[in-house]
Design a protein around this ligand. Structure first.
Ligand SMILES: Cc1ncc(C[n+]2csc(CCOP(=O)(O)OP(=O)(O)O)c2C)c(N)n1
Ligand SMILES: [Mg+2]
Length: 327
């Protein structure tokens, strides 16, 4: 890997996000397995590099929209750990006062605008945010994260068409993890690369190794710069793999023999870590200190979330139903 002019500070900042996403995912699965949290969980293990590379190129005010498999995107954009864990646990200290839960993480003050469980819906929402930014002239860009399966939904085509015609400052980031639920890419998608679909909508289509930190950084940087210049949208297809199946409990029996093991042997996180050290962007001690610090922050977030209270019967209906609700 060459560094394409990316400075060491930025690469280490990317690593911090990658380590946070990986460790946080591992802790979620542990806490769920031990019965302390009960929720559907769509692991992002294996897809860490993509949001880390995107988010270091974003400004705090920029928008992201993501999906049920999107905690990595929210963490990379800066979602505070305590409020995130409390939200997943349905507690009143959560970012949506416990009323959104794992499928609806939002944090508008940080530009984390929506987590949606409706496949394909992150894209039109990102268009709306980008249109608002264009009308206000405030220079913000919007990132729409979605999966490979979502590129077969009508909303993908409608959103790319409109974004192209209106030159919206939006970046469509397709995290192609090779499966949509239990359906293998080739079985459900009519084209060998989703990036090629961009040509139908007169925008650049970038097919990139989403597990390569430098290549992913360059793809994100260029697409974000293009959107910010007012030159319109880009479709990035970032190739990756989900290590833990569709959701927790998935037995992966629908996968080809050895496919998962092969991807896991190329785990992008330790690979990135070793590369940073070998290329002298960071020392082993520095990265270990980052990992340890993140581990402690997660410990605190888990304690905070599990010891927080559930919202009261009155609170649970506030912001959900119109008008005041009696106790
Ligand atoms: C409109 C809609 N159709 C179907 C579903 C059921 N569903 C949930 S996840 C999923 C697979 C989506 O796969 P992909 O877009 O590749 O994202 P990934 O889960 O791999 O990250 C489907 C079909 C849904 N949630 N919404
Ligand atoms: Mg997928």
């Amino acid at each position: 890997m060459s560094t394409e002019g990316i400075d060491s500070r930025t690469l280490v900042e990317m690593y911090r996000k990658v380590s946070l996403i990986k460790q946080n995912d591992e802790r979620f699965r542990l806490v769920i397995r031990t019965g302390r949290l009960v929720m559907p969980y769509y692991s992002t293990r294996g897809q860490e590099i993509i949001p880390a590379a995107v988010s270091v190129n974003l400004l705090p005010d920029d928008y992201i929209c993501t999906i049920y498999r999107g905690i990595h995107d929210s963490l990379a954009k800066g979602a505070p750990l305590k409020a995130l864990w409390a939200e997943l646990a349905g507690k009143e200290t959560g970012s949506c006062k416990g009323k959104g839960g794992p499928m609806h993480i939002t944090h508008p003050a940080l530009g984390i605008m929506v987590t949606t469980g409706i496949v394909g819906s992150s894209m039109p929402i990102a268009n709306g945010l980008a249109l608002a930014s264009q009308i206000r002239g405030d220079g913000r860009v919007a990132v729409a994260n979605f999966g490979d399966g979502a590129s077969n939904i009508g909303a993908f085509h409608e959103a790319l068409n409109l974004a192209s015609i209106w030159k919206l400052p939006v970046i469509f980031v397709c995290q192609n993890n090779r499966y949509a639920e239990h359906t293998k890419y080739e079985v459900g998608t009519s084209i060998d690369q989703i990036a090629k679909r961009a040509s139908s909508y007169s925008m650049p289509g970038i097919h990139v190794d989403g597990n390569d930190p430098v290549a992913m950084y360059v793809a994100a940087r260029d697409a974000i710069a293009r959107a910010r210049r007012g030159d319109g949208p880009t479709l990035i297809e970032a190739m990756t793999f989900r290590f833990n199946g569709h959701l927790m409990g998935d037995d992966n029996s629908y996968m080809d023999e050895g496919e998962k093991d092969q991807w896991m042997r190329e785990d992008p996180v330790p690979k990135f870590r070793s590369w940073l050290i070998a290329e002298t962007h960071a020392s082993e001690e520095e990265l270990t200190a980052i990992d340890t610090d993140i581990g402690k922050q997660i410990d605190e977030a888990v304690d905070f979330a599990l010891s927080s209270a559930f919202p009261s019967a009155v609170e649970i209906r506030r912001d959900v139903f119109e008008g005041e609700v009696a106790a």
